[in-house]
Design a protein. Structure first.
Length: 325
């Protein structure tokens, strides 16, 4: 009821009477009043006027189950929200739910993580109150070999959602870092549980730097945030909803093609490595090449002096010749 009341307040151009809400939810006026008081305590500015009802005057950057559910307009992606003030990692929580029968499309969101991690097991800085830490639980029916392509789908969804909400047009550093002006805005980590020829579940973790104004010394020259780039605070719930909307659309197309053919051109336009000299770091080899773009299964095509090669994300890293990008 709390999420729905918040949604109705956001959608209303005027006042919503207490009696209207009572009739809609089939509850008492006291029950409605208690929800309104809870929302006020969370920071929502709600005006109550006798004989008129309630009106939402302002929505701060509140991150909560009710806020997210009131914003998400999808069919299934993010409709079921599990929210934590603090947790070890949303990927860990989502994987635990995956083992216990958690619903396809469930979204796990935390205000703060104490054990967040990035690609190759690196730590992920997870301060409270400024960022988005979320993980989407999926139960695909396609073969496990296709699951890594979902990371690239999410990267496109994040870039487009950021543009929708903030107007910023970021890019993608292959395979899954979202960047702006050569600095990292977002990291994506996909993990899965499989059996031979069968996926039990996939979790896609997304960490977006939203309202940070400073970064630790060791990463301040490599990371940025939406607030630093726009000069304005961003409501995280709105951005989460936009990401879910974009990803759901791309995922449903992916189910039909089972490859990236439908978004390949879009991804390549966003690829900051495309046409650039890159350094390919293999476990026992390092060389320079020119990045051409991705193929329909998400591998990066690079051109050396002698030939074209296909690079697989799980095996190697790619970065700019003179730096991160």
């Amino acid at each position: 009821m709390k999420s729905e009341i918040l949604r109705l307040l956001k959608e209303s151009d005027g006042y919503l009477s207490g009696q209207q809400l009572c009739d809609y939810f089939q509850v008492s006026r006291t029950a409605v009043w208690k929800v309104i008081e809870q929302l006020k305590k969370e920071g929502y500015q709600i005006q109550a006027v006798r004989n008129k009802g309630y009106r939402l005057m302002g929505s701060p950057d509140v991150l909560s189950k009710a806020e997210i559910e009131s914003m998400v307009q999808t069919k299934w992606a993010g409709r079921q929200v599990v929210y934590y003030e603090e947790t070890d990692s949303t990927n860990i929580r989502a994987k635990d739910a995956g083992e216990k029968g958690g619903e396809h499309g469930s979204l796990f969101v935390a205000e703060r993580q104490v054990a967040g991690k990035g690609r190759r097991g690196r730590g992920w800085e997870s301060p409270a109150g400024t960022s988005i830490y979320m993980t989407l639980l999926l139960r695909p029916t396609f073969l496990p070999v296709k699951a890594p392509q979902l990371t690239l789908l999410m990267a496109v969804a994040v870039v487009e959602a950021i543009r929708q909400v903030t107007g910023l047009t970021g890019g993608i550093k292959w395979p899954n870092d979202v960047v702006f002006n050569g600095k990292k805005l977002c990291g994506i980590l996909t993990e899965m549980s499989t059996e031979i020829g069968f996926i039990n579940y996939v979790v896609i973790g997304v960490g977006i730097n939203v309202n940070q104004e400073t970064f630790p010394e060791e990463i301040k020259d490599k990371a940025t945030s939406l607030k630093l780039e726009t000069g304005a605070g961003i409501r995280r719930g709105e951005l989460i909803a936009a990401v879910m909307e974009r990803f759901e659309a791309y995922y449903e197309t992916f189910l039909k093609t089972e490859d990236l053919s439908a978004v390949r051109a879009r991804y390549n336009r966003l690829l900051v490595n495309r046409g650039q000299e890159v350094k390919v770091l293999e476990p026992d080899n390092e060389y320079e090449a020119r990045a051409v773009g991705i193929n329909d299964t998400g591998e990066l095509i690079v051109r050396t002096k002698d030939a074209e090669k296909t690079i697989y994300a799980g095996e190697v890293s790619v970065r700019g010749v003179y730096g991160y990008v």
